[in-house]
Design a protein around this ligand. Sequence first.
Ligand SMILES: Cc1cc2nc3c(=O)[nH]c(=O)nc-3n(C[C@H](O)[C@H](O)[C@H](O)COP(=O)(O)O)c2cc1C
Length: 343
Amino acid sequence: MTPSTPFPAEPAALPGWRFSVAPMMDWTDRHCRAFHRALSARARLYTEMVTTGAVIHGDRERLLGFSPVEHPVAVQLGGSNPADLAQAARIAAEFGYDEINLNVGCPSDRVQEGRFGACLMREPALVGDCVAAMKAAVRVPVTVKCRIGVDDQDPEAALDALAEAVVAAGVDGLVVHARKAWLQGLSPKENRDIPPLDYARAARLKAARPSLPLAVNGGLKTLAEVEARLAEVDGAMVGRAAYMEPALLLGVDPLLFGVPAPAADPFAAVAAFEPYIAGVLESGERLHAVTRHMLGLFNGRPGARAFRRHLSTHGMRPEAGLDTLRAAVNLVSRDRGDARVAA
Ligand SMILES: Cc1cc2nc3c(=O)[nH]c(=O)nc-3n(C[C@H](O)[C@H](O)[C@H](O)COP(=O)(O)O)c2cc1C
């Protein structure tokens, strides 16, 4: 099986960089990532953002613990103090993460007050110092996820300055969410939709710096759209579409990596994922902690709504178990081939 388009080789240090699932707070927790892994063996997976303060002072096992099935998996850190980032990176590397990613894209007020996230687009020299400190602390790749600018910044100058600083600091890759963040007046949610997408800006950066591994993010809904972006840059990062329509991930390994998917269809993926869920239940967590990430799996098939409703109502109960999940799956029609996977 070969990918439908011959893609350039991946950076050796970043297997899976060609397709990654974006960091998403409250969404890409460890159970979500393990579930996504049942749908793609190759995609690179990102944690939710964790702040340096939480890593250094908080419950590390709860914040950073993950299952070995999740590799290759990157942790995303939020912070802007180089020494704290170095310490947090070292702790995360000891946990076994394959990559440390710095958030230079989150626009929330809380993050702005902490002077990190997207507002760091205005402080490229500081981001460079952060990357240099993290690079000195760990052997695993250090990457940055950024925007193309904030507010009234000129995206040509802002992204160039950011790239210049992080490349000089030895960054191993850059993920560009290809729109600005408008820090005044828009909610984080609006900041994921309203500022216009500009994939060409990311492509120009790649053309100017061919040796910098560059992935583009923002608004990609299908694997056909991903393939189009891969003509210009090394990687595509998909957030909401992967979470809302996880069956899309079943197409990633065959279409983008030239290897079979880990499961023939969403039904087989759920069956193969059962032992993981059984382990979660044994540890005392509720079924819902896992199945809340699975609600979109059968979207587009007859019975998908009944599946969602069954899990949402019964999955919360303390006694809910694999039988509850199987009952929900039995509400879905097996008749239809999954057209969305190849879409
Ligand atoms: C619920 C949610 C939480 C998010 N949390 C983070 C985060 O912790 N760190 C980050 O860099 N981006 C975060 N994002 C932004 C995504 O990583 C991504 O950049 C954005 O959704 C655009 O990609 P998409 O159009 O493929 O979803 C979040 C997005 C969503 C929807």
